[in-house]
Design a protein around this ligand. Structure first.
Ligand SMILES: Cc1cc2nc3c(=O)[nH]c(=O)nc-3n(C[C@H](O)[C@H](O)[C@H](O)COP(=O)(O)OP(=O)(O)OC[C@H]3O[C@@H](n4cnc5c(N)ncnc54)[C@H](O)[C@@H]3O)c2cc1C
Length: 344
């Protein structure tokens, strides 16, 4: 009983409600607090960290934190080398990630990332109502009413910091037994199997990299050619740490990287038949495989929001925005500099 009653932000009216407790919501609530803006934070999770409490599935991040760089850790310049720590004006809250990493890789492990975020939340005294699921939203005059597993929240402004981590798959892969990100079995159960991965972006290549030591054959297929971040010189494209399947293909090690659309998938007893078509000459191929994995992207879990009469927020100077801008101008520091405040 004590746990329930000690939870912050019981159902009711607030000037602003933030949904989520991933890095986005954590940075936002920290900055709103610094700016003195009253708000409530709700999250379905039991603790801070968001998606990184579970994923990446092969347990290492693709964003780096360099423990040694040509800049002192508490400086702004160091942030260029640490993509994972949250931002703060307070030195105690800056560059937390290098302090929780064991030095075996400059890509933090998933547990290290989770620990870094939990450390920030603890030191910053972030207040979040955990274990509350936002279920639906309706408009009521100038307010939004959020129905949650704990009751109703009413607010004129809501930030849905719910991430973009809900796996999505096209209808052609809606077949029973086709797996997707987050549903994979332990890697060793793919031993000596032929695996067809649909999707040639980072999640497809992450899965292929994780299964390389186990699979007999891996096919990675999608209509567009693979792009590599080392070629695009940006975060567009497959990151270098997942490129091993690409080299395996280039050196004819057994991986197949195919530019083709998936026309259909059939279950044939214990195996699958995947029918593909080339986007350039329409030639077709059929693959008989043991597992089919959809790595076809992620969407935001926006639930019923698309049905609401929402308008694009681009008024020139609405009174509330002006008030926030004045308030933010008075507030110095990181949250203002980064324009995380609603002043623009
Ligand atoms: C497979 C994958 C790997 C990634 N790897 C990296 C990486 O290595 N490095 C990197 O910087 N980025 C990575 N990203 C991007 C990553 O998702 C973001 O950087 C980060 O998680 C975004 O934080 P967020 O707070 O916006 O969302 P999330 O971390 O996804 O947090 C969303 C929050 O919303 C809550 N929520 C959702 N729905 C509800 C609901 N109905 N009710 C209540 N609460 C709800 C969740 O419980 C969670 O707390 C990856 C993304 C994916 C999909």
């Amino acid at each position: 009983m004590a746990d329930l009653t000690d939870k912050p932000f019981p159902p009711g009216r607030y000037p602003l409600v933030v949904v989520g407790s991933g890095p986005g919501a954590m940075q936002l609530t920290y900055c709103l607090g610094r700016l003195g803006l009253d708000h409530a934070v709700l999250s379905a999770d039991d603790a801070p960290g968001g998606m990184f409490r579970r994923w990446p599935i092969f347990q290492r991040m693709l964003s780096w934190t360099k423990p040694f760089a040509n800049h002192e850790k508490a400086t702004r310049a160091y942030e260029r080398f640490d993509w994972n720590s949250l931002l703060s004006d307070d030195e105690q809250l800056r560059a937390i990630m290098p302090t929780v990493m064991d030095g075996t890789s400059y890509f933090p492990s998933r547990p290290e990332m989770e620990k870094g975020l939990a450390t920030f939340a603890h030191r910053a005294g972030l207040r979040i109502r955990h274990g509350v699921r936002w279920e639906s939203t309706r408009a009521d005059g100038k307010d939004f009413v959020l129905t949650t597993s704990d009751g109703e929240y009413i607010a004129p402004a809501v930030v849905f910091a719910v991430g973009v981590a809900q796996p999505w798959r096209p209808n052609v892969l809606a077949l029973e037994g086709v797996q997707q990100y987050g549903e994979l079995r332990p890697a060793e159960t793919y031993a000596d199997r032929r695996i067809f991965i649909v999707g040639k972006q980072n999640s497809g290549f992450e899965i292929a990299t994780g299964l390389l030591p186990w699979a007999r054959q891996i096919v990675l297929a999608s209509p567009s050619p693979t792009r590599l971040s080392v070629d695009t010189r940006s975060l567009v494209g497959v990151r270098a740490r997942y490129v091993q399947p690409y080299e395996d293909w280039a050196l004819a090690g057994g991986v197949v990287i195919l530019d083709a659309s998936i026309e259909s998938v059939e279950k044939t007893g214990a195996t699958y038949r995947v029918h593909t078509k080339s986007p350039t000459d329409s030639s077709t191929l059929v693959f008989e495989v043991d597992d089919v994995i959809a790595a076809t992207g992620f969407v935001a879990p926006l639930r019923s929001l698309s049905g609401l009469p929402l308008q694009r927020a681009r008024p020139r100077s609405p009174p509330r925005r002006v008030a926030l801008r004045r308030h933010a101008r008075k507030t110095r520091g990181e949250c203002r500099r980064r324009r995380l405040a609603p002043a623009r």
